[in-house]
Design a binder for this molecule. Structure first.
Ligand code: ZN
Length: 366
């Protein structure tokens, strides 16, 4: 891999932001920075940085976003920086009615602090509910929360045996659904959906309204990590359960080698989720035809990921933990969401460049 390619990925949020801003500036693009109210881990400014890349009046908009889940932003930011530096990934000639809307760090707090959640301890991709209506219940999570996040870490053998007994009785699929499907009952728990819109939720709505409120067609590639085989970019359908949207997503991005998987029919590595982020497009861009996917890159086996998430949540609740243990837990969380090797990064970029070009082509023909 070339040094330039490798350097598209950054070891910290502050450095990732700098690379993104530099790449946009080098292309003469204007950055719309929505500054987060809190300072970053190292005291740096945190922001959701938004760049419009294309003709000002374009009505076909491809959103490419990173760090919905904070720490997963090491990957998504690398994808964005690589493309901004290498405009040759685009089809030429450039369609006069197509623009790319780069959204860097949807959840800058989680990216900066090396966590998956927002500063409200919320999973941003479970937070897009109508909070004036009844919220979905997750009784499975209520069953297992006290074992997932025990008072001591590492957990006791008895704790793990009890958790395993639940899995044995209900099955692995039910376990994944209970853990990761989203829950409103435990604000101090994992995959918490929140009880109000988070800062990132509200800010993203404003960004969509401002930059894509006029669009007739919206495409969206939202980059994630942590599920599936290492380095493989699973293309997960990210629209409402609608046959015509699925058909468009398959036409743009699907193939024998890159099938479109879905949470609605059980074909994706992800559980069935609610409160998903893409639903904001329906409200903020109501006139647009919407086509989108999550590009979900595998890292390590899910059992390792879950162990690291549990430890990280325990640490968030026990800030007095000794420094060595805290450092180990933080490093492990990053490891399970970001494989810091040249080979993995190369796999990421090859697939991302293809997906971006396919998104542009799909919009061009929409
Ligand atoms: Zn994610």
């Amino acid at each position: 891999m070339s040094a330039a390619t490798e350097q598209a990925f950054a070891p910290s949020y502050a450095q990732a932001r700098e690379l993104f801003l530099q790449a946009a500036q080098a292309r003469g693009l204007v950055v719309d920075s929505r500054v987060h109210p809190l300072p970053g881990r190292d005291g740096e400014v945190m922001a959701m940085d938004v760049v419009w890349d294309g003709p000002a009046q374009a009505s076909r908009v491809l959103i490419v976003s990173s760090a919905c889940h904070g720490v997963e932003g090491h990957c998504g930011s690398g994808v964005q920086v690589d493309a901004l530096r290498r405009p040759d990934w685009r089809p030429t000639p450039w369609h006069s009615d197509v623009a790319v809307l780069w959204i860097h760090a949807l959840n800058p707090y989680g990216f900066s602090h090396g966590r998956r959640t927002t500063h409200e301890n919320v999973d941003l991709n479970r937070n897009f509910h109508r909070f004036d209506q009844a919220l979905p219940d997750n009784p499975g999570y209520r069953d297992i929360h006290h074992w997932l996040i025990p008072a001591q870490w590492p957990p006791s053998e008895a704790n793990e045996a009890a958790l395993q007994d639940w899995v044995d009785r209900h099955g692995k699929a039910a376990f994944q659904q209970a853990v990761s499907g989203g829950q409103h009952s435990h604000p101090d728990g994992l995959f918490y959906s929140g009880r109000a819109p988070t800062w990132s939720h509200q800010t993203l709505r404003q960004v969509l309204h401002t930059h894509a409120g006029h669009a007739r067609h919206v495409g969206w590639i939202d980059v994630h990590t942590g599920l599936g085989p290492s380095g493989v970019g699973e293309r997960i359908f990210a629209c409402k359960n609608d046959a015509s949207a699925l058909a468009r997503t398959q036409a743009w991005w699907g193939s024998k080698d890159t099938p479109i998987t879905s949470i609605y029919d059980g074909s994706s590595t992800s559980a069935l989720l609610t409160g998903l982020m893409w639903s904001a497009v329906e409200d903020e861009c109501p006139q647009a035809q919407y086509t989108g996917m999550a590009l979900e890159y595998g890292t390590v086996p899910w059992t390792e990921t879950l162990w690291a998430l549990r430890a990280d949540q325990w640490l968030a609740l026990h800030p007095q933990a000794n420094a060595q243990q805290a450092q180990h837990i933080r490093a492990d969380l990053r490891r399970v969401f970001y494989t810091d090797t040249d080979a993995w990064k190369q796999q990421i970029l090859v697939q991302a460049r293809q997906a971006l070009a396919q998104g542009i082509a799909g919009l061009s023909q929409a």
